[in-house]
Design a protein around this ligand. Structure first.
Ligand code: NAP
Length: 249
């Protein structure tokens, strides 16, 4: 076995020492794509799932599918681009005494407008969804993780908003994901290591967002997210990953 393989095996063993059936994972944008599959895999690993979706009908359908597979799932309406919607969701969960141990900030949108044609409204819609929404969800759920001295937070970022890969995405999207990476670093700097906050490049995954460019299966894309959501207690924080390897920002 290579040293990377040994490391991964060690990390999986340590993560195995955690009782995942006692953990609750909230996944945003979980009605389809990488979010749905992440929720599915975390659910099959034993976690209780809060399936967050902005469209209740789509959310209900996805939650019913997971429930039929034996996953313990609760549906929450959550539009991450609306700060009040995030606050309302957090309040409902508090009221129901649901403690979020794992937060997967997955919801995201793409936009192809060239930079000199970009209108403020378009920029703000993408930025509110991909970046501010993540800040609001982090503010809503991370402080309680810190109080309980345990948490995992995954930011679903993108190679298209990665400086070391040339920031090749369309302007709005690339900027929103680069800012999401910066947000990951700042949140991790402000949070003790018992709450692990990392960003991931899921790769080109066959979803509606990637369209014809998708290469990897949604299962493989989600596995990269789930690995960070299920890090052992001595796992990294404040990092950026692709697969199980560190990525340059
Ligand atoms: N696919 C790839 O190759 C790839 C590569 C790099 C990064 N990513 C990132 O991976 C994440 C998931 O994307 P995907 O590929 O799975 O795309 P997808 O199939 O288009 O799914 C996007 C999800 O985000 C939800 N969403 C969008 N705006 C939202 C909002 N304001 N509030 C709540 N949910 C919202 C969508 O809900 P609706 O169904 O209601 O629209 C949908 O559930 C995104 O952050 C994306 O940037 C994807």
């Amino acid at each position: 076995m290579t040293s990377t393989g040994k490391k991964a095996a060690r990390s999986a063993r340590k993560a195995g020492a955690i009782d995942w059936s006692g953990k609750t994972a909230l996944v945003t944008g979980a009605n389809r794509g990488i979010g749905y599959e992440t929720a599915r895999q975390l659910g099959h690993a034993g976690c209780r799932i809060v399936l967050a979706a902005r469209d209740p009908a789509l959310g209900e359908e996805a939650a019913a599918q997971l429930g039929a597979e034996g996953v313990r799932v609760r549906l929450e309406r959550l539009d991450v681009s609306d700060e009040q919607s995030v606050k309302d969701c957090a309040a409902r969960l508090r009221q129901a005494r649901v403690k979020v141990d794992i937060l997967v900030n997955n919801a995201g949108i793409y936009d192809r407008t060239p930079i000199f044609e970009l209108q403020t409204e378009t920029f703000m819609t993408v930025f509110r969804t991909n970046t501010l929404g993540t800040l609001w969800c982090s503010q809503a759920f991370i402080p309680a993780m810190v109080e309980r001295k345990w948490g995992r937070v995954v930011m679903v970022s993108s190679g298209l908003g990665t400086f070391s890969r040339g920031m090749l995405g369309h302007p709005c999207y690339a900027i929103s994901k680069a800012a999401l990476n910066a947000l990951t670093v700042k949140l991790a700097q402000a949070t003790p290591d018992c709450v692990k906050i990392n960003a991931v490049r899921p790769g080109w995954v066959k979803t509606r967002l990637a369209g014809a460019l998708g290469k990897d299966t949604v299962e493989k894309g989600a596995e990269r997210v789930v690995w960070l959501a299920m890090l052992p207690d001595d796992g990294p924080t404040g990092g950026y990953f692709h697969g199980r390897r560190p990525s340059r920002w």
